[in-house]
Design a protein around this ligand. Structure first.
Ligand code: NAD
Length: 273
């Protein structure tokens, strides 16, 4: 069966349009059929929810992605939770988020999942390492912390109200930065030989895209460092495709896709009706 990915975008946010274009292009490159659904920014939430219902029921669609952010009339969580967990290839449904907490194998949020794959590819074990995550959002920082905790790292999570950020970052064997603040991490804040993963994507007034880490100074101290652009961004897209293929192959362990075989508490989650 050919994997099918539905991408929903609401409004005209230029960055979102670029992200969606990259995802669709990457899907097509590997033979995943993608369908783009576009809504104007003033679209009523019911119209998007109705589309999600029909995509949930469509056997040719294996993954559904709603590009964030959404316009203010939307309750993001009511939209994300409308997607069947079995088609939630972004990993944002409560079921999948909860699965991360208890260590079950489910669809993982693509950005932190991509970071884990980068580390794995380089042969960098996180077990027993001090991992410091800067940023505590639901889509990057928190799931990132949970994923490395699952692999037996010792984890600190910092955020905008953390006092003296450097006292935490200097202890990091692996530093993951996802704050959305250009130049937040400078050389003095990083331990020699640290692994530095820059998730941030910031557009400067000049139009230049930069991360959250001062790349040129920190690279002189770090053992590994990811660039922006490049690095984590392409991995996010790759993991979206991986999740879509996994969905198509019916491999998410906790969900049996065959009709009628979902039992217990999952049944109510699986059925939105
Ligand atoms: P967000 O705004 O939802 O969360 C930012 C987090 O950083 C918050 O927890 C906040 O408390 C913390 N923070 C803000 N300023 C800080 C400071 N000065 N010191 C310490 N912590 C601070 O953002 P998000 O959606 O998690 O995204 C974070 C960054 O990652 C953005 O630049 C975003 O564009 C980028 N991003 C990249 C990818 C990718 O594929 N590479 C994917 C998602 C997000």
């Amino acid at each position: 069966m050919t994997p099918g990915l539905a991408v929903i975008i609401v409004g005209e946010d230029p960055a979102s349009r670029i992200y969606v274009r990259n995802k669709i292009r990457a899907a097509e490159d590997v033979g995943v059929i993608s369908r783009l659904f576009e809504f104007p920014s003033e679209a009523p939430p019911e119209s998007v929810l109705g589309l999600i219902d029909s995509l949930n029921d469509n056997p040719l669609i294996h993954g559904i992605l709603v590009q964030l952010p959404l316009p203010p009339q939307f309750n993001i969580y009511s939209v994300l939770h409308r997607i069947l967990p079995a088609k939630d290839v972004d990993g944002f449904h409560l079921y999948n988020v909860g699965g991360l907490v208890v260590g079950e194998r489910v669809f993982s949020p693509c950005t932190p999942y991509g970071v884990m794959k980068l580390l794995e590819h380089e042969g960098i074990s996180v077990a027993g390492q001090n991992v410091v995550v800067v940023g505590a959002s639901n889509i990057v920082g928190k799931p990132m912390a949970l994923m490395v905790m699952r692999e037996d790292a010792t984890v600190s999570v910092c955020h905008a109200k953390t006092r003296d950020l450097a006292q935490f970052t200097i202890l990091a064997d692996i530093l993951v930065v996802a704050a959305g603040v250009p130049g937040l991490i400078v050389q003095q804040m990083v331990k020699s030989g640290a692994v530095v993963i820059d998730v941030g994507i910031n557009r400067l007034a000049s139009g230049q895209i930069v991360g959250d880490v001062d790349f040129e100074s920190v690279r002189q101290k770090a053992a590994y460092i990811t660039p922006v652009p490049g690095g984590v961004g392409p991995m996010t897209v790759t993991m979206l495709i991986a999740n879509t293929i996994q969905s198509t192959e019916h491999k998410a362990d906790l969900i049996d896709w065959d009709a009628g075989s979902i039992s217990g508490p999952m049944r109510s989650l699986y059925s939105h009706a």
